[in-house]
Design a protein around this ligand. Sequence first.
Ligand SMILES: Nc1ncnc2c1ncn2[C@@H]1O[C@H](COP(=O)(O)OP(=O)(O)OP(=O)(O)O)[C@@H](O)[C@H]1O
Ligand SMILES: O=C(O)C1=C[C@@H](O)[C@@H](O)[C@H](O)C1
Ligand SMILES: [Mg+2]
Length: 199
Amino acid sequence: MKHHSLIFLTGFSGSGKSTIGPLLANSLGYGFIDLDQEIESKAGKSITKIFAEEGEQAFRNLELETLRQLTGKKELVVSLGGGVLENNDCYGLIRENGTLVYLKSSPRSLARRLCNKTDRPLLKGEHGKRLSREEIELKISTILEKREPRYATADLNVQTDIKRIGFTVEELTRKIIRFVRQAEQARLKQQSDNNREKQ
Ligand SMILES: Nc1ncnc2c1ncn2[C@@H]1O[C@H](COP(=O)(O)OP(=O)(O)OP(=O)(O)O)[C@@H](O)[C@H]1O
Ligand SMILES: O=C(O)C1=C[C@@H](O)[C@@H](O)[C@H](O)C1
Ligand SMILES: [Mg+2]
């Protein structure tokens, strides 16, 4: 059964899923899981190492396998990896089991946040070469254009470009509480309508 209080945070690398996720979970009184961290502890190595030693496809398989273990959970915030929604099975599983929330940020802000990080394998150049901020922004724009249509199907979204992290958490807490309450009311109404029809 779908639980609307199973919250999946999506968005590009650097949109703040891992930063905001635990704060949001705390604010809602929900549990928290970071899918990337879960995969790293299951595999016993970093994502960078998984990509280097086993390839991207092996990582994508681990994403699906790890997501499957979350079906049926409730009152839980899950910070997804930035590319999970590209996989149709992962996308279907997320839509069928919970609420999708999009942290939206521009390529410029994302590049500013990520240009000094070395642990995002997709944002490196050939042979793992480090890219300049301008090159990263261009790469982000290209990948984001491909991913945006799926991100845009989220139930709720929030702009994170210029907002302080605390404001984003407050805004999301309000939106999620309202959304989960309305979804639950609609579900109860549907249930009582069905019961009435049967009588
Ligand atoms: N709203 C924000 N405002 C300013 N800086 C932010 C914001 N969100 C995240 N950051 C900074 O950007 C960096 C990356 O954030 P984070 O790791 O949370 O992104 P992510 O969405 O989980 O990325 P990934 O998909 O790669 O896991 C961190 O250093 C974080 O402090
Ligand atoms: O954008 C992506 O495809 C990725 C984002 C990160 O969260 C990690 O899941 C990994 O580095 C791949
Ligand atoms: Mg993250």
